[in-house]
Design a protein. Sequence first.
Lengths: 774, 139
Amino acid sequence: MMLPAVLSGFVVGAFAPVLLRVLGERASWVLALLPAALFVYFLSFVGDVAAGETLRFVTPWVPAVGVSLAFYVDGLALLFALLISGIGTFVVIYTGAYLHGHAQMGRFYLYLLSFMAAMLGVVLADDIITLFVFWELTSLTSFLLIGYNHTEWASRRAAMQALVVTGAGGLALLAGLLLMSAAGGSMALSELNAAGDVLRESPMYAAMTVLVLLGAFSKSAQVPLHFWLPNAMEAPTPVSAYLHSSTMVKAGVYLLARLSPGLGGTALWFDALIIFGGATMLTGAVLALSQTDLKRILAYSTVAGLGTLVMLIGVGTPLAYKAAAVFLITHALYKGSLFLVAGAVDHEAGTRDILELGGLRRAMPVTFAAAVLAGLSMAGVIPFVGFIAKEVMYESALHTNGLVTLVAVLGNALTVAAAGVVVIRTFFGPQPELPKHPHEGPSALYLGAITLAVLGFLAGVFHPVTSANFVMPMMQSLSAAHLGHDAGHLFLWHGITWPLVLSLITLALGIVTYLAWDRVRTGIRAGLTRVGWGPDLGYDQAIAGLEWLAAWQTRVQQTGYLRQYVWVSFAVVAAALAASLATLGGGPDAFTLPAGRLTEWLALALLLVGALVTTTVRSRVAAVAALGLVGYAVALIFLLFSAPDLAFTQFMVETLTVVILVLVLMRVPLEVTAFRRRSGHVRDAVLSVAVGAVVTLVLLGVIQTPLDKRLSAFFAKTSVPEAHGHNIVNVILVDFRALDTLGEIFVVTVAGLSTVALLGMLKRGRRSAGEGEG
Amino acid sequence: MHSVILHTATRLLISLILMFSIYILFRGHNQPGGGFIGGLIAASAIILYSVAFGPQWARDAMRLPCLSTAGFGLFLAAASGVLSLIGGAPFLTGLWYEPHLGLSMHLALSTPLMFDIGVYLVVVGALTGIALELEEASA
């Protein structure tokens, strides 16, 4: 059941365009049944997983190299799968209303559902190759979704940027996973995690950890690779709500969580995650306050949230894992909700700029309610789940060190201010003149936002349910050791403790920052202008540098002169053969002149004459004909040594080569000597002698080793009884090794196709030039 | 090329060469020959024709576009391999059917033969495609 469940998104997605044509925009409700059904399916695992079970589903994929489509369901995977399918349901419904009237909605659903399938694959995969394939598929579908408005330059740039950054990270991840697999001796993540000590003691530990971190950090937009995420806001809002807040960007966090039993617990892991996570948290929180576009504020605050999660995973205590689990749930619920709110506001009011918005609470009451609930959870107000997340976060930070605590308080305070900006500035105050007359949109536009926001409230109030079913199982997945059953307990009220005091300080700081937002914003902007350089600009510079390098390298390597290509190729062949003869040996020991028959000597003489004429004659056509003579002489030798098939083919090939070469050379009117100097002749002569000498040595070496006749004997024995053929050569071609022949005729066809295409371009170019003159 | 000798000789030779190429193709399983050589011979016949009368005449004589011929050959060769998949045998396993036609004659039909015909068509199509296009480009 698991494999069809994971792959269903690809299949249903492929039919989405047809469904949309038949049903119109009602199709969004039908398509939403898929993520909804998946959600219910995953929900059915909750009981077992909460009881401490894990499930594994294995389908062989490439058994020869030990790759399988293995899926693994534990607390961590299940929580992510539920978020992906649950939020996916609302995003699919929302899209129908948000892209109302858009001509290519079917294509959008194809991308969106394919993304969902890929993301499910990432979080459920237990095999490293399966994980990597799905990981790359999320990058690809994200590229397609960000670039959905492909007529906009900004969309195309953002899509490309996201693909380059996450794709490069994906390659690093593949290298890291392969190193892990080599050191740990398994392709299964669950087994690698169990062999954590082996991994940590491996000499490759630092290399594999850095590579895996590169992959995770690029995907989860950690400083300094965070710049692609705010740019990805060019995508339609359902994409931002789904991929770039609640699911795909958390793939990196997921990976760190998944691998922390195997790779975690070292100083490198701790330092890297805390430094990068903490820096990301602060950077994101600060930059969020510099923006006035609703979606960009939310995007930077997502960056901050991802930093928080990375930092908590880095801390690595059960308490920190608990904080990570609660914050993961909190963040997915409020951020998904607020993005859907931002999209609805944009859709109904016609702008997303905070400075132009205000007073929408009357016009859009349900959206307003969702925004308030989600905003309170984001700010961490009691009794929302966000409050609990902050409490646990502070508790774990206080047990770690002062710096982590300080970063957490600052980051959270700025997040409180951002929540205030998003909710209060948009919905309170007087309503200014807006590009559109705002009113509540269709139910599809607020259904997701209000549901997710209410869930954020319920998850806090009914925290024992949240704890037992989701938090505790995820904590157990992250911890190498077994946890006591009360490790995951959550509390709304601890009494007057340090975490509560810090929570109050956070709120106070946040409110002060919110009140001074206009000054804070201009201050941050002025600071950024003064610095003048950022990673986004750095990306452009890196790409420009890469293009320059590619152009330079092409200029040097691809001169366009055939004679240079040929010369270099032969020089490489001669050098490589000479080097391997010198280092590995295998040259001839002694040379005795064979006593050949007269006919053989005659054939050889013919060959030599042909070769001499080819190199000395002035006319090109004569040279080609003489070259054909060399080929005929070789065919004659084949015939003399009773290889009629070979000789036959050689005769035909030589004939056709001469014809085709003459046809080509008729286009080149120059004489052989036209542009060659004496030094060129000498250089070519030296090279030909070198190639000839080395090949002769190799051949002499080869014929003095005894011939292994096992294969010939096998073919001779089986040719008639098994393949019904007396001509062994042909039987090998069409039966024993038919797959090779199939590959060869494929190459022949492609060569024909490309030659015809190239010459066709030439012909058309000439024709249009002729028309231009006429 | 305007040469009476070439024109006359070509008219006589072309059918002989083409028939010979098919003969070579079919005898290939038991004696020297086969689809590759047969294809080369057939291609040389068509190239001879085009040298004598011009590439457009050769194209008309081919009926099918050269690359379509090559493509069909590739399809035939691949399809011959798929046939064995239906029976559960690995891709490209040789299948044989030898009906007796009476009078001590019997016919040997096989997927390797189909494969070899595919090879023949690919070689003919690709080579004539390249040669005719070159001739037209150099005209």
